[in-house]
Design a protein. Sequence first.
Length: 221
Amino acid sequence: MKEFLFLIGVPQQYARRGISTLLLDHPGVGEALRLKDLKLSPETEEPASAAVDYLESREDVKKIGVAGISLGGYYAPRAAGFESRLSCVVAWGAINDYGKITKDRLEGSGTNLSVSHWEEHMRWVLGASSREEIIDITGKMSLNEALINIRCPILVVHGESDRQIPLRLAEKTIEGAINSPRAELKVFRAEDGGVEHCQVDNCKLAIEYMSDWVAEVFKEN
């Protein structure tokens, strides 16, 4: 995933605004999963806190934010809800309740699958041996508790016609962040382009919007 984010220009756009990025694969993602066999845990604040520890050990870091793409729409807000050292959070594609999404998909009534072998893929990512275990683990992946604890600015970016994650889940994420000083939802609509999941039909539009927002937040705070 970190390689994908680099190739589509995420760190480059932040750099143009004077912001450095640390791209990483946490448990359940990319290198951590494929090479280290580290499985996904609902408690994403744990790897996030480890990253913050590292960044705070450097003398050139002033403010730290977190951003996540796709299922990162759960990872990042969850981390921000339990890691108070973060100055802002960006969810690029919202996932408010992954347990419900998972259960609906397994029952055949959910949204479009991200990969054709979705159940097999989920077993691998989670280290699960059955459907029941997949449901049990993802059932803990709700933002209800975390959102209340977020006390930094939060931005959710979503596509109007996202076929994987309904727009309503993006709205619920913002509605739940009642203690954030600045909770914003940016919806890309047909007239903008970028209406699909994580703006795969116009990535640059979303990346520029998010990096502008983070630069503004860092400047204000």
